[in-house]
Design a protein around this ligand. Structure first.
Ligand code: ATP
Length: 361
């Protein structure tokens, strides 16, 4: 439904979007995720027609809407897309009904179609009872629902979302996430969603596109992005990861053997981890370990072997309510909040080789 081929957009010398390739299927929910300034909004604005790309091609439903090298550029209103922004952008001098109906009126739809489609869109976002209320007399969450109804009422080929939930309070944001996903499944709209909030991306998306410095770092479903990050940037940006510099010693079957120096006075760690397929022995690598994937033991456990078991001393602990976080060396571990763990306590840490990931980038 939406295809980006070698898309580039520069601002002066800065490559805001640098050779981005992406194909979004019909009915798919794809999130562009990355830190501030990574180029996600510029990518979205190029798809919308609010920004003219410098290179590459954009196709929507197979139609070329922008191809600077061929002099093709369609205005936003000719692209048949819906947009929902961070600022609610609903018209205060209009009722909820008129706000939503606007897109149909400018397309000269007959009155009966306007009424039927507007009410259907309002039902989908749970606001049919407020059709006659003025937009100024709505809460933030209700306004954002109006903006959503307005974006889907004329059944666009794709809806573009630019951080639409970031102005809402935390509880409402969580509720709207779930509602947006429900709506997306119900209506089957193709959605491209920009956010810097990784939990939002993981909860809502069929696929996540992680960007940094205008370049795509990884495209994958939420599980893959979280469990198998392509590089240290993705591992660190999505969730929390312990990243430890080491050297690849070699491979044992499906796993690689990695040596990690722990600093003066400590023997280096030798561990087994997944990934690292492209690495060769002697190459510097990074071990990525999620805090929740490390088990903590108070006596040397049996049956784990020496591989991924190591001994250390607790540096400090942080009580987070639902879990307890503690540090051993520089390694962060999340464990059961009922555990009694104190600084200086001697502990053993272990992790399963397929929970550790050897990264080369
Ligand atoms: P944020 O989450 O902060 O909105 P973003 O990932 O959406 O960030 P973009 O808005 O796409 O990032 O910006 C990418 C880069 O391009 C940034 O370095 C930004 O400063 C620059 N940029 C964006 N718009 C313009 C503009 N109109 N003129 C000059 N530079 C711009």
């Amino acid at each position: 439904m939406v295809e980006l081929e070698h898309l580039s957009k520069n601002f002066g010398a800065e490559k805001a979007v640098n050779d981005v390739n992406l194909a979004v299927a019909q009915g798919e929910f794809v999130t562009l995720l990355g830190p501030s300034g990574c180029g996600k909004t510029t990518t979205l604005r190029c798809i919308a027609g609010l920004e003219r790309p410098d290179g590459g091609e954009i196709r929507i439903g197979g139609d070329v809407v922008a191809a600077p090298q061929r002099g093709i550029y369609l205005n936003p209103e000719d692209r048949n897309i819906g947009m929902v922004f961070q600022s609610y952008a609903v018209w205060p001098h209009m009722t909820v009904f008129d706000n939503v109906a606007y897109g149909l009126r400018v397309r000269h739809a007959p009155a009966s179609v306007i009424k039927q489609r507007t009410m259907k869109a309002l039902e989908l976002v749970g606001l049919p009872h407020l059709a006659d209320r003025y937009a100024t007399k709505l809460s933030g969450g209700q306004r954002q629902r109006v903006a959503l109804a307005r974006a889907i009422v004329y059944e666009p080929r794709v809806v573009l979302f630019d951080e639409p939930l970031s102005n809402l309070d935390a509880k409402l944001r969580e509720q709207m996430r779930v509602e947006l996903v429900r709506l997306q499944h119900e209506v089957g709209i193709t959605s491209i969603y920009v956010t810097h909030d990784q939990s939002e991306a993981l909860v809502m998306s069929d696929r996540v596109v992680v960007m940094n410095n205008g370049v795509i770092q990884q495209i994958g479903d939420p599980q893959t992005i979280y469990a198998r990050p392509a590089n240290a940037f993705v591992a660190n940006f999505i969730g929390v990861a312990n990243l430890m510099q080491g050297v690849l010693l070699g491979r044992s079957g499906e796993f690689c053997d990695v040596e990690i120096p722990l600093g003066e006075g400590y023997a280096p760690l030798r561990v087994q981890a997944a990934g690292g397929e492209s690495a060769v022995a002697g190459q510097p690598v990074m071990l990525s370990l999620r805090p929740e994937d490390i088990a903590i033991h108070f006596a040397r456990p049996t049956g784990i072997g020496n591989g991924n078991l190591f001994e250390g001393e607790v540096v400090d602990t942080i009580y987070l309510g639902s879990l307890l976080e503690c540090r051993v060396f520089e390694v962060g571990i999340q464990t059961d909040h009922y555990e009694q763990i104190a600084p200086q306590q001697k502990v053993f840490l272990s992790f399963s080789p397929d929970h550790g990931l050897c990264l080369t980038g």
